[in-house]
Design a protein around this ligand. Structure first.
Ligand code: IMP
Ligand code: MG
Length: 371
């Protein structure tokens, strides 16, 4: 599952493109059966219908015409009950079969207006097809001839449907959801395992802030700040920066982003002292660690990866096998024990880190979604 934000609201994945395609196919089949000899005029109700109409008529194999009416009733996520006709009908419809193509029927106010509009047009017949239908809110005694999918009374966006103008371009349907709980996640694993790469992808996907202790230190080193100079003396040798320095530095970074949806920590904590300190200062902000996820890759693969990265990263600690081995040593003696610390709180997860970047993202997302 993934969550997106449109304006002030959050939406979660709900109906896939494949599902929409299957429902559309079913509707095309039903309408074709009834209308193949009618040369029907399909009339889409804009704006929401545009994707549905395009996909529907593309699959309709018999003669037909296509036109649109533009109606609007919604403001934000609420039906106003007042329908405005923004673009009307120009064609002569006398004696014709008209099939209305609606993206969604909710209260039925729009549908009632549609029946009004076509009442005196001397049609042969008027049929209504809707991709989505909300039976729990439908309050009218009006016929709906073809219903794609009945859904509960929850606001949806995507596939033409919008929330205050946004979301129409999404190829699948998303459902309104509550603001996600803050997710603070520790991304773990020995050097070179792909924490940085994955954190960059996951922070976009889950709207999180990525804090990499290494990156923060390197920024200071580049600017040659006091902290940077101090950190450099440790990092260049492949040693850990002392806890008190790291913790103080991290605390100030975390406090700056305390209004975010959550943080992905990459490279912190690295010792039990840091883990305890982290718990303490998150608690001060009313937060906690959601979980620790370790990306697991065999060590021999990692050394090769780091040496390769060292050719382009410019990082002194990537270029020399001794320094690399020292970093592994630091990891396995001081950091890996954190597994026990988080396991004791039921917050530890291991993820296989061998494979394509996207495969690993998928495995990590499965854990994120559970948290
Ligand atoms: P009704 O008049 O209440 O039946 O609403 C019909 C119109 O409201 C649809 O054509 C949509 O434009 C809009 N609408 C209803 N439900 C939703 C929703 O869940 N998401 C987005 N638009 C909706
Ligand atoms: Mg509509």
């Amino acid at each position: 599952m993934s969550i997106i934000k449109l304006h002030d609201k959050y939406f979660r994945t709900y109906i896939s493109e494949e599902k929409i395609a299957a429902v559309t196919k079913k509707l095309v089949k039903q309408v074709s059966k009834d209308c193949k000899n009618e040369n029907p005029i399909f009339i889409g109700i804009l704006n929401g219908c545009f994707m549905f109409v395009a996909d529907f008529v593309r699959q309709y194999k018999y003669n037909c015409e296509v036109s649109f009416v533009k109606l609007a009733s919604y403001e934000g996520t609420n039906s106003t009950g007042k329908i405005k006709q923004l673009v009307g009908i120009n064609e002569n419809l006398e004696g014709r079969t008209v099939v209305i193509l609606e993206d969604i029927i909710d209260t039925g106010n729009t549908l009632q207006e549609i029946y009004e509009i076509f009442k005196d047009k001397k049609l042969k017949q008027l049929k209504i097809a809707t991709l989505f239908f909300k039976p729990d809110v439908f309050k009218k005694e009006l016929a709906i001839d073809y219903i794609g999918l009945s859904i509960p009374d929850e606001f949806i966006v995507g596939y033409g449907l919008d929330y205050d103008g946004l979301g129409r371009n999404l190829p699948s349907i998303y459902q309104l959801t509550s603001k996600p709980k803050v997710k603070n996640i520790l991304l773990f694993g020995p050097p070179g395992v792909g924490k940085g790469t994955q954190a960059d992808i996951l922070k976009e996907k889950y709207n999180l802030v990525h804090i990499s202790t290494g990156d923060v230190f390197r920024k200071h080193m580049k600017k040659e700040t006091k902290l940077g100079k101090l950190a450099k003396s440790y990092i260049d040798k492949g040693n850990l920066v002392p806890d008190d320095v790291t913790i103080k530095m991290l605390k100030s970074v975390v406090n700056k982003v305390s209004h975010s949806n959550g943080i992905i920590f990459d490279g912190f904590p690295r010792t039990k002292e840091q883990a305890i300190a982290l718990d303490e200062f998150l608690e001060e902000n009313g937060e906690t660690i959601g979980g620790m996820i370790t990306i697991e890759v065999p060590t021999n693969l990692l050394i090769a990866r780091l040496l390769e990265r060292g050719k382009t990263s410019g990082r002194a600690d990537d270029q020399d096998e001794h320094k690399i081995l020292n970093r592994f040593n630091e990891y396995f003696t001081k950091t890996e024990i954190l597994k026990d610390y988080y396991q004791a709180q039921n917050k530890y997860f291991g993820v296989d880190g061998v494979g394509d970047i996207s495969e690993i993202t998928k495995r990590l997302s499965d854990v994120f979604d559970k948290l």
